[in-house]
Design a protein around this ligand. Structure first.
Ligand SMILES: C[S@@+](CC[C@H](N)C(=O)[O-])C[C@H]1O[C@@H](n2cnc3c(N)ncnc32)[C@H](O)[C@@H]1O
Length: 236
């Protein structure tokens, strides 16, 4: 038998490894491994955020200055609640969230567990805010089917629905943020947004995983009055 030296532990090996459970799919094992070694996941735990997604909206806010004290904020696709926490932390006083999934109760938040595409969703949200909104956020992402075109159409449908809703409820100078995916055909939507807002940017926050095609459309300075379609204008 050869007397082999014990190999030194390299930095790569020092990261946490997840044992592959027999019934766990390789993709979920990979996800779990990535979560355990992710800086933002541990920071979210340390700072008490419900999700690593909280950092994305913090970074977007740092870049464009979304939040001000006393605002009304609507958050679409809000579970488990990281963005809701950030909105409250930034001084929003009227915060309404909606998601297909439930969230653990959060003081000072009105939450609806429902599908945003349901006919009565906009009505519920509008009744809950009791006026206009300063910021409308959407981190919604539909479940993927694996069929590229179908997935793409679903994503676009959700973003467009969020945008038309935002146009109906935003106060002049309001802001809209929505998750989109690179390579998506959002040209028409982008054209409209540029007409309706003073500034429209694509933002890829540092905390958004590089390998993910997600990015955010960030529109600020809602112009409010649309001369052709006056009902887009929210009057206080
Ligand atoms: C990335 S997560 C949101 C994370 C959240 N921003 C946070 O900070 O914790 C996306 C959410 O969108 C929700 N969603 C997807 N489609 C939806 C729909 N049609 N109506 C409501 N919520 C939806 C999902 O249930 C999921 O919880």
């Amino acid at each position: 038998m050869t007397d082999k030296k014990k190999p030194r532990r390299t930095a790569r090996q020092a990261t946490q490894r997840v044992k592959t459970a027999k019934r766990r799919k390789t993709s979920s094992t990979r996800w779990l491994q990535r979560q355990l070694n992710d800086h933002y996941v541990s920071e979210a735990q340390r700072l008490g955020y419900r999700s690593r997604a909280a950092f994305k909206i913090l970074e977007i806010d740092e870049k464009v200055g979304l939040f001000k004290k006393g605002q009304t904020v609507i958050d679409l696709g809000a579970a488990p609640g990281g963005w809701l926490q950030v909105a409250v932390q930034k001084g929003a006083t009227n915060v309404v969230g909606l998601d297909l999934l439930p969230i653990d109760p959060m003081p000072g938040i009105t939450f609806f567990q429902m599908d945003f595409m349901a006919d009565d969703a906009p009505e519920c949200l509008v009744a809950a805010i009791g006026g206009g909104a300063d910021v409308v956020l959407s981190d919604m992402a539909p479940n993927t089917t694996g069929h590229k075109d179908t997935d793409h159409l679903r994503i676009i449908a959700l973003v467009e629905a969020a945008y038309y809703f935002a146009k109906d409820v935003l106060k002049p100078d309001g802001a809209f943020v929505a998750k989109v995916f690179q390579g998506g055909a959002q040209h028409e939507l982008l054209k409209q947004m540029k007409r309706d807002f003073k500034s429209v940017k694509h933002v890829k926050p540092p905390s958004s995983r590089k390998e993910s095609a997600e990015q955010f459309l960030v529109a600020t300075g809602f112009k409010g009055i649309d001369e052709d379609t006056e009902d887009d204008y929210y009057e206080e």
